[in-house]
Write a protein that binds this ligand. Sequence first.
Ligand code: FAD
Length: 539
Amino acid sequence: MTSSVDSATELDVLVVGAGFSGLHLLHRLRGDGFSVRVVESAPEVGGTWYWNRYPGARCDVESVDYSYSWDDELQQEWDWTEKYPAQGDILAYLKHVADRFDLRKDIDFETTVAGAEWDAESARWTARTEDGRTYVAQYLLMAVGCLSVPKEVDLPGADRFSGQVLRTWNWPEDADLTGRSVCVVGTGSTGAQVVPALAEVVGDLTVVQRTPNFVIPTRNRPLADGELEAVKAEYPARRQRNASHPAGVFRSDNPKTAFEVDEGERHATFQERWEGGGINFLGSFSDLMFDQAANDAVCAFVHEKIEEIVDDPKVAELLKPDSYPLGAKRPVIATDYYETFNRDNVHLVDVRENPLESFTETGLALANGDQHEFDTLVLATGFDSFTGAFTKMDVRGRDGLQLREVWQAEGPKTSLGLSSDGFPNLLIVANAGSPSVLANMVAAIEQHVAWIADLLTHMRERGLRTIEAEPQAQEKWVAHVEEVANMTLWPNGDSGSWYRGANIAGKPQIFMPYAAGVVEYGNALQESVDNDYAGFVLA
Ligand code: FAD
């Protein structure tokens, strides 16, 4: 425990979470003259990149772009080594940021907020930690992450398994699976990264798949001589270019639609971008996420690739996603995923046709009676996305209104993704109702931190005490987020996507991230400011 805060300490701002969001908030708000403290469950900074230490963990945004832009010296001095950063590289970067800007002195690690209560008279939040301490602050800033709370394990009989169970979202640093017999459950972004990495070292690998994913090759590589220097020489211009793209990272999107070209050009375009690797593949044509036929064409191309790569036609068939458009679930970017199924030590177990009956003491049993034995179970089963970290806490706003109760009934309703009606001075960073996971998240976080910091200064200068979502604006914003999503193919098919909470039984189904991206979202933020913070009630 590193706390130096006693229970009587009054803060301007309490930040929950010390990932990209929390660290940036701390630096910016401290610099703006606010008293700020950060609390973080983990013993270290990093958020996502502290917790998710599984083999193969890597970011799908290029390293030179998945980094802060707010300090030129920082971006000039930090040396990335690979095109896409591995988990350890990002964690090292965030540790460096924490040290370089002396952030640690204002962070209480191993400190989890259990709940918080709003007091209208003093216009203050009192937050309680799991170990019984309290923090009193005018503003409660939720930098808690979209993907920071794992989905509860709902696998039949999972507790019967008597071997080692590892979770990708909290991977032990000393785990050594060399030669072991391992089963991985989950084939989302994490599963597709951990499977090829484990296949290299384990003796035997069983991969349990419920919904196949479209997996695009990363094509990671070391940065070439001079490449980083070239980026650094034009960093500000690069950041500006990134800010002009909805995804918060520049992609050379093809302006053509899929069917304005002939079949030969269409195939060649997909092929070129498949070979180039990464998220650029999604920019092959401008209508892939808007036109079903265009999406069918890109799906057919990926199916063709799966057939080409995977030796066993039966396995290839099982690996083909066929029930939702490419992109309706988060597109998976990984290295050698399909190739891994050609290895003798890797076996695919598809549980769509032949459901998982139950885990047993030594493995699992399928409905048709097949048994698979292993000594280590790896769970890559996803997150209680967006709302998980909020509903875990007991947050009580105006008149005792409980955030958990409201959000579990209606979903995360906010004005501009920043504030929820009934919860004054609680501001949310890069989560539901904003571009967040549909963008380079560091860019989305920077957009939010700048807006929040300007707001707090504005309020201080005018002697204002509270900000809260305006109820009608909130309804309008939630409807708008849904409407924008419905203009795309994102909501289509049975993807079971965590974008709309569909991966968790009973979770309200609303489309959570803002699909229009950071440019339109930035305009909406600016419009609010220009109209005296329209969408919010300031008092
Ligand atoms: P987080 O990094 O999630 O940090 C939130 C912190 O809040 C956590 O450390 C958590 O411990 C803490 N916290 C939560 N609740 C409490 C509480 N009650 N009390 C105290 N502390 C609390 N984004 C991309 O743009 N590109 C990618 O390729 C990409 N890959 C990803 C891969 C994985 C495996 C995961 C899980 C996420 C990925 N993301 C990616 C999203 C990633 O979460 C964001 O890019 C970014 O790291 C979010 O930063 P954050 O600070 O907002 O949240």
